[in-house]
Design a protein around this ligand. Structure first.
Ligand code: NIG
Ligand code: FE
Length: 398
């Protein structure tokens, strides 16, 4: 048994174990002059330092704020090539969907990624994951989706598997854009071949689909979800990024872990999410980078939904390498309060991955936590462009 008492915590700030929805997202516990006891990677005790149990080993954090490790519930951190030409075209006025419909955008990342080996993909993704961890992410979801052909899709998931030795990753099979020909054969192959193979080899814990006018229809999404669930995989969805075509309602009805994006969601989609267990994951990096409307974070919380925030780290719509910055942007762009943003990036982001063992600093949870540079935790939602996170502890180890 290993046991360490962390002391010198000016403020320990945490949501209760989650998910938290609606007004409860604002309810944080704040303990001044706190201590945290870690036993074998789990939190054994939390409270005021003067009441702490005595232990042989202590670690003085020096009088700074401590918050739970952040969870990034949505990334596309594995890709090859770049989208710098798209970026220039977009800032000159060409819309993202137009670039995609013309065969660029995601399709150009697919061409570059499909040509890369597993080793090359690992080498490209590693520094991106290091940047996310440095920004406070202790658990990171990583999607495939730039493979298209099944072998390339599986290579992406194998790259995630290799990187799982260095980071806490949750792999998701993303069915991203349809081929320009033989679309029906492709969807059938996804359901009958790719999903069974991925499930049999435990290469992913969930299946995601990009449900959009330029990507997969609601009917195709339903078929892919049904195949995923039949093979014991969870489901989640990219929906309402440009058009609300019904994906959110389908995902809520099918018990999806989360629906992500939601920039184009209206009252019907907000009501569907609020009435379901499905987490509403918003991605402020996309709003910033594509100049899209912001997802209605405020309205979702006011309606009683459980909202999470992610980076959506990817080369095309959100080159955002900091989960802390995603948290800070959700306050500016989506109307979350600082307290709600912390909950969104911790217990709710964990729930968006089907995890209930992390995201809250309470007894029995994983000892994933951050020591900030500052005694006041509000530096975390406040700071833009510098890193307020000093130390990242995963299972009690830096
Ligand atoms: O989450 N919208 C679809 N998929 C990604 C973007 C991927 C890309 O542009 O390469 C997203 O925004
Ligand atoms: Fe995405």
């Amino acid at each position: 048994m290993t046991e360490t008492l962390f002391t010198g915590i000016s403020q320990l700030v945490t949501p209760a174990s989650g998910p938290q929805r609606g007004a409860a997202m604002r309810e944080l516990t704040v303990i001044e002059n706190a201590a945290l006891l870690v036993r074998d990677g789990l939190i054994a005790w939390v409270g005021a330092e003067k009441e702490a149990p005595s232990t042989p080993e202590t670690h003085d954090l020096g009088g700074v704020a401590v918050v739970p490790g952040l969870v990034d519930p949505h990334t596309h951190a594995v890709w090859a090539g770049n989208r710098l030409a798209d970026f220039e075209a977009r800032v000159a006025g060409v819309p993202y969907e137009t670039i995609l419909a013309a065969g660029g955008g995601i399709r150009s990342s697919i061409a570059a990624t499909a040509a890369a080996s597993i080793e090359q993909l690992v080498t490209l993704a590693r520094p991106r994951l290091v940047a996310l961890r440095h920004s406070g992410a202790t658990t990171i979801e990583v999607k495939s989706g730039y493979g298209m052909d099944f072998e390339a899709e599986v290579r992406m998931l194998r790259a995630v598997q290799v990187l799982s030795h260095e980071f806490d990753l949750l792999p998701t099979l993303l069915i991203h854009v349809p081929p320009t020909e033989n679309r029906e054969d492709y969807v059938r192959g996804v359901c009958d071949t790719l999903i069974p193979e991925v499930a049999a080899e435990s290469l992913a814990t969930a299946v995601d689909v990009f449900c959009e006018a330029e990507a997969f229809s609601v009917e195709e999404t339903w078929r892919i979800f049904a195949a995923a669930q039949a093979h014991g995989l969870k489901v989640k969805l990219h929906a309402d990024q440009f058009h609300a075509i019904g994906g959110t309602e389908l995902a809520c009805w099918m018990g999806a872990l989360s629906v992500d994006h939601l920039e184009a969601s209206g009252p019907a989609q907000i009501a569907a999410l609020a009435a379901s267990e499905t987490v509403a994951t918003i991605l402020p990096g996309v709003t910033l980078h594509l100049g899209l409307p912001a997802a209605p974070g405020r309205a979702l919380i006011d309606a009683g939904a459980a909202v999470a925030v992610g980076t959506d780290l990817n080369p095309g719509s959100s080159p955002l390498f900091s989960v802390q910055m995603a948290l800070a942007l959700s306050v500016r762009l989506n109307g979350l309060t600082p307290a709600e943003a912390l909950t969104a990036c911790t217990v709710n982001a964990a729930a968006a991955l089907g995890l209930s063992d992390r995201g809250s600093l309470s007894a029995g949870m994983r000892a994933d936590f951050l020591a900030l540079h500052d005694p006041d935790w509000r530096e975390l939602p406040y700071t833009l462009g510098a890193n307020p996170v000093r130390d990242v502890f995963v299972k009690g180890v830096k």
